[in-house]
Design a binder for this molecule. Sequence first.
Ligand code: PGA
Length: 252
Amino acid sequence: MKYVIANLKMNFVTARECDQYLDALNQEWQKHKHSDAVKLIVCPSPLYTERFASKLPDGVLLGGQNAFWEPRGSFTGEISVLALQDAGVSAVVCGHSERRGYLSETNEQVGRKANAVIKNKMTAIVCIGETVEERDNEEMILVITEQITQAMENIAAEQLGNVVIAYEPRWAIGTDVTPSTQDIMQVRIMIQKILIKKYGAEQASKVAILYGGSVKASLMDEVCISADMAGVLVGRESLDSKELLKIVDKLL
Ligand code: PGA
């Protein structure tokens, strides 16, 4: 299974803007071939989840950008996994670097979120990745190992089919700078080794490992296909439905 996760972030912030995007996506979708082997998951701003649920093209899945670890209660401003699920969401991004950066979300919190998502039979898209300082100081292996180990601490082997890991070096997000194929491949192998150590090779192979950070269609060979990644997480290029579906096409 291959994945394209369209992270719309805090864009399309009025119903009108959402509808314009959805109309364009529906039109564009009809012009393209589709395959069940490639899942396109669109993650809108949370307030418009239901709007997207009713207007996304058939075959496109609905995602969430974040969720809280408790299902309900006194957690002002948070989003319940139950609410997302009720609205038709099937996958939720956990620990995106913008949340880690702007809101100081920790590995431990990311793990609790991922658990809440999986417990409710949705897919947790766990984001990991090093900062440029961590890379320069050769702390990358340590940082990524901790991110995965803590986020997956309470995830059992039989739940791995509901886990996707997105490797997103923080310095590559929103910058138009991307790592080399070789670098991405090395990190993929490292992630696989961490998973194999904990779960064994057979179970570990159930986790899809994606790349994210300045992805565009013209870079798909470099950052995804040649690096043998199971897909991509896309920010800016997902805001243009034409560009988004060009990326999907590359995986067909
Ligand atoms: P970008 O964002 O594609 O705009 O770099 C990627 C992301 O935030 O995951």
